[in-house]
Ligand binder design. Structure first.
Ligand SMILES: Nc1nc2c(ncn2[C@@H]2O[C@H](COP(=O)(O)OP(=O)(O)OP(=O)(O)O)[C@@H](O)[C@H]2O)c(=O)[nH]1
Ligand SMILES: [Mg+2]
Length: 274
């Protein structure tokens, strides 16, 4: 039957997994920028196969990062995604590239970042394998069987709800309809209920975000100059880093300032070591 209510979805996953790309594939637009790494949450709406959908894209976490390696402000931005689709998302799509190595480090990283919202989030999460083009002729079931227990663990965590597609293949409409169908089945399994986050948790996040914004607007707009592979790059942004000297994210690269004026979690000047 035709469901006229809005389906609210938040995209989760590590950097470069294909979150912005799947957002574009679902909406059939270029609403999200997949040419560069997403730094801030973004909400887009569309009409897909007769269903109204609200999609929230958000920054990914560093592939090799454990939750403790991720900057507090990055965690706040990740959590902010839920505020953009009140009263809460019906579904989270956890985007994972098929060609990752499913090690224990991967497991702890995914578990930590997904569970920023608490253990209950898994009941609202569908696993989406991207980069299907890397599988060649192999079927996803064969691939899963050939992988170890970490991937099995993830599939169980998501209640065996998963889908596979290639974001590069824009011609095959069944990729998106299949994903949306499985998402709707999950939502129906939750009796249409949306995920609710503790109001106090969200309020804390929003307060911290406001404070950070106030601090950054007071900063003088200095262009960060980075040296990457011996070449000088101008970084046109204020970069958040966990702490001075620690690794952070710039585009798709892990980098860290080797000297800077960062005393407050931000780097405005300095050199980058990649
Ligand atoms: N071959 C192939 N390339 C893909 C696929 N999905 C994404 N890409 C490419 O991978 C790169 C990263 O994709 P994004 O959609 O920006 O990834 P993201 O998860 O939004 O990354 P962050 O914003 O950094 O967290 C882009 O160059 C995409 O074109 C896929 O299924 N197959
Ligand atoms: Mg992105």
């Amino acid at each position: 039957h035709l469901n006229t209510s809005i389906l609210r979805v938040v995209l989760l996953g590590s950097n470069r997994s294909g979150k912005s790309s799947i957002g574009n594939l679902i909406l059939g637009t270029e609403a999200f920028n997949a040419a560069r790494s997403t730094a801030l949450c973004k909400k887009e709406e569309g009409d897909v196969c007769g269903r109204k959908i609200t999609l929230v894209d958000r920054p990914g976490w560093g592939r090799e990062f454990q939750l403790c390696d991720t900057a507090e402000i990055a965690k706040h931005e990740q959590q902010h995604s839920v505020s953009l689709c009140p009263p809460g998302p019906h579904a989270f799509i956890l985007v994972v590239e098929v060609d990752l190595s499913f090690t224990d480090t991967f497991r702890r990283s995914v578990e930590g970042h997904v569970q920023l919202f608490g253990e209950r989030v898994w009941s609202y999460t569908i696993l989406l394998f991207t980069w299907k083009d890397c599988l060649g002729d192999r079927k996803i079931e064969q691939f899963i069987e050939g992988e170890g227990e970490v991937l099995q663990w993830l599939i169980e965590k998501c209640g065996r709800k998963y889908h596979v597609l290639s974001n590069e293949d824009r011609g095959d409409g069944t990729q998106v309809t299949g994903l949306l169908h499985k998402t709707e089945v999950m939502v129906a399994g939750n009796s249409g209920r949306h995920f609710e986050i503790e109001t106090s948790q969200l309020q804390k996040v929003e307060k911290e975000r406001r404070e950070v914004k106030e601090r950054t607007t007071k900063m003088s707009p200095v262009t960060l100059v980075g040296v990457v592979d011996g070449k000088t790059h101008h970084v046109p942004e204020t970069l958040p880093f966990p702490q001075w000297g620690q690794w952070g994210q710039w585009g798709h690269m892990n980098c860290r300032p080797n000297h800077s004026d960062a005393t407050d979690g931000f780097v405005r000047r300095g050199c980058l070591t990649v």
